[in-house]
Design a binder for this molecule. Structure first.
Ligand SMILES: Nc1ncnc2c1ncn2[C@@H]1O[C@H](COP(=O)(O)OP(=O)(O)OP(=O)(O)O)[C@@H](O)[C@H]1O
Ligand SMILES: [Mg+2]
Length: 267
């Protein structure tokens, strides 16, 4: 497993009708292999942009990203992506969705079936291989998305609000699944979320980002993700130490949003 290094990354989008958006300004950080980083911040602060740059879907305007010391120049199987929803192949079975990556690298579906079965097991979907995607609930579809990502055995899993479309109970269950996958595979994870609670329970490192231009404003190293592997997450979330950080981040984001609204109103 290899560490991630983001070095002085800047991203400016040029708009078709002129003008530009400074989406990220001088973002730098190192992430050791095997850590779970959550990115949190108000809408438009550049979370998706940063994730897409790490994935290699976007080239930064300045700076660079290295994985294991090697510059990222485009997408790769090393860095798997899980999106919010709707990124599965609706016309293929669950099993074929999961075998997509291996098939793209030249393997035959039937040859990877044992691997598909074990991945179905890992994400709690035993026996669902022959179902069509549209037959599954939103939570189950996200389980398939996780399995499809794992099938490529990436170094790093990148997730853009993977649980954002789920109901509260399913979301909690999926948080536990992500934590156990992280612990069992030892893979690095970078996960974007809008939920402060989710960022704190999943992140063993949490970055709070700020907009205009997008940047990392606060960094927290927290014990809750590791503790949630053996303790009840709901009890952890109710604890004073958890609530204290949650309140601090919530009021920080609240202030940022007030500021943004103030600026917009004054424009
Ligand atoms: N392709 C694009 N062209 C122009 N501007 C863009 C483009 N993609 C993003 N932006 C702008 O860059 C800024 C950062 O966008 P980004 O999608 O990374 O934010 P985000 O933090 O993921 O927001 P959200 O929480 O709403 O998903 C925003 O101001 C957005 O409008
Ligand atoms: Mg986004």
């Amino acid at each position: 497993m290899e560490s991630l290094s983001v070095q002085n990354v800047d991203m400016v989008y040029n708009l078709p009708k002129g003008g530009s958006v400074h989406a990220l300004s001088d973002v730098s950080f190192d992430l050791e292999a095997g850590r779970l980083l959550t990115l949190l911040g108000p809408s438009g602060c550049g979370k998706t942009t940063l994730l897409n740059i790490i994935a290699g879907f976007l080239a930064p305007t300045a700076g660079q990203v290295l994985l294991g010391g090697v510059p990222v120049t485009g997408p790769s199987r090393d860095r798997g992506m899980v999106f919010q929803q709707g990124a599965l192949f609706e016309w293929q079975s669950v099993a074929k969705n999961i075998s997509f990556g291996p098939r793209m690298s030249g393997k035959k579906h039937k040859d990877v079936l044992p691997e598909v079965e074990s991945l179905l097991d890992v994400v709690g979907l035993q026996g669902f291989g022959d179902k069509q995607v549209y037959e599954l609930s939103g939570g189950m579809q996200q389980r398939v998305a996780l399995a499809r990502c794992l099938a490529n055995d990436p170094q790093m899993m990148l997730m853009d609000e993977p649980l954002g479309a789920l109901d509260a109970l399913t979301r909690e269950k999926m948080q536990s699944l992500i934590l156990s996958l992280w612990a069992e595979t030892g893979k690095s994870v970078v996960l974007v979320t809008h939920s402060v609670e989710e960022a704190l329970i999943l992140g063993d490192v949490v970055f709070v980002m700020a907009p205009r231009p997008g940047r990392i404003e606060k960094v927290y190293e927290l014990p809750f993700a590791k503790r949630a592997l053996t303790e009840d997450p709901r009890t952890l979330k109710a604890g004073d130490d958890f609530q204290e950080v949650k309140e601090e981040i919530l009021s920080f984001i609240w202030e940022m949003e007030e500021e943004i609204m103030g600026t917009e109103a004054g424009q």
